[in-house]
Design a protein around this ligand. Sequence first.
Ligand code: URA
Ligand code: CA
Length: 437
Amino acid sequence: MLSPYQFILRKRNRLEHSAEEIRDFILAYAADKGVESYQMAAWLMAVWFNGMTVPEVAALTQAMIDSGDVVDLSSLPGVKVDKHSTGGVGDTTTLILAPLAAAAGAMVAKMSGRGLGHTGGTLDKLESVPGMRVSLTPQEFLDQVRRIGVAVISQTGNLVPADAKMYALRDVTATVDSIPLIASSVMSKKLACGADCILLDVKYGRGAFMTTVEDARILARQMVDLGNHMGRRVRAVISDMDQPLGTLIGNALEVREAIEILRNERPGSALETVSVELAAHLLQMAEICPTLDQARERVRELLVSGAGLRKLAEMFAAQGGDARVTEDLSLLPQASIIEPVLAPESGYVTSIHAQKIGFAATALGAGRQRKEDPIDPAVGLEMTHRVGSKIEKGQPLAILHANKPETIAPARELILSSITIGPERVEPHKLIEEVIE
Ligand code: URA
Ligand code: CA
């Protein structure tokens, strides 16, 4: 075995690692046996500068998976599908596409995360439904998916412990934004969850990890190749996260928007469009529908008929949640202060900085700065305009939902600084830039 020193030196000097030396280093670090945090930190920084070859990333991903347990979905019938978003603001697609895909016959066995920084997390949104449980035992998880075709829960068991340790170090050593490190981190977790088909929603823009479409494309390509290499069907959609995707931002607010979409009350909205498109890709990948066009049509039917909404209600009930929220939105937590932010001038909205909007929601209490921070499920904001729309001075640009009066001024400042208004109409980015498989 190479010493940690020798291993780091090889990456520093741009030599290629063997799969075996990567495995030894990662497993020793994960087990606290002979690799110290400062050595891992030094290696991560060497990777940040020097990159990794495709075989190196594959070996890293496999070693990370082997640091813990994997979920075995083989006892479930049908095609098991999973979806992952690289994260964004107003990115509520899971709550819409998971019930739609399940209503079409896919087995949606999904483990989600919590929100951090400016991005929201599906688990926090789900927990705003009164009574909802997101931590199920592995057996409960499998039973629920077998029975109703869908479960969205927090990670069970000891999945990819190497990632949790490495991510915490990356977070404090300026090594998060490295494509091979992101690809191995995301894919090790997705592969450990055991689905046959994995759909990746890789976001780009000012609310995303990857700010340019070129970087998003490289990351997407690398994750698709990794998944295929490990025998799974993987596809990536590159989608816009320059402006927020949904209209409502905040936990209960995003559940509300998902319900409204599944009630067919927001036809043609950006969130609906992207969610339907992602669900259609899942159905085609799972070979439930032979073509993407047929899959789109099937998803639309399930949305319009209310089958998707009924499946969401079934999922809430199965996980202890109050399914009546799908009929009566007033049963969701409500904020006590509703306050508009008014446009300072007339014109066209020319840009909305998604990350700053996410920080505004965090300032109101909807998100967390640190992992241990509490969140308020009721608060957040409603965006009344998208890029390209016309606005008059004094009209609302956004509506704040707050519980603490002192959070209003900072949120208002962030919103005003994140939206630009100009005399000429500009075209927003395409919602979906391309599909990589
Ligand atoms: N999300 C992850 O899970 N890992 C990363 O490295 C970046 C985003
Ligand atoms: Ca997420």
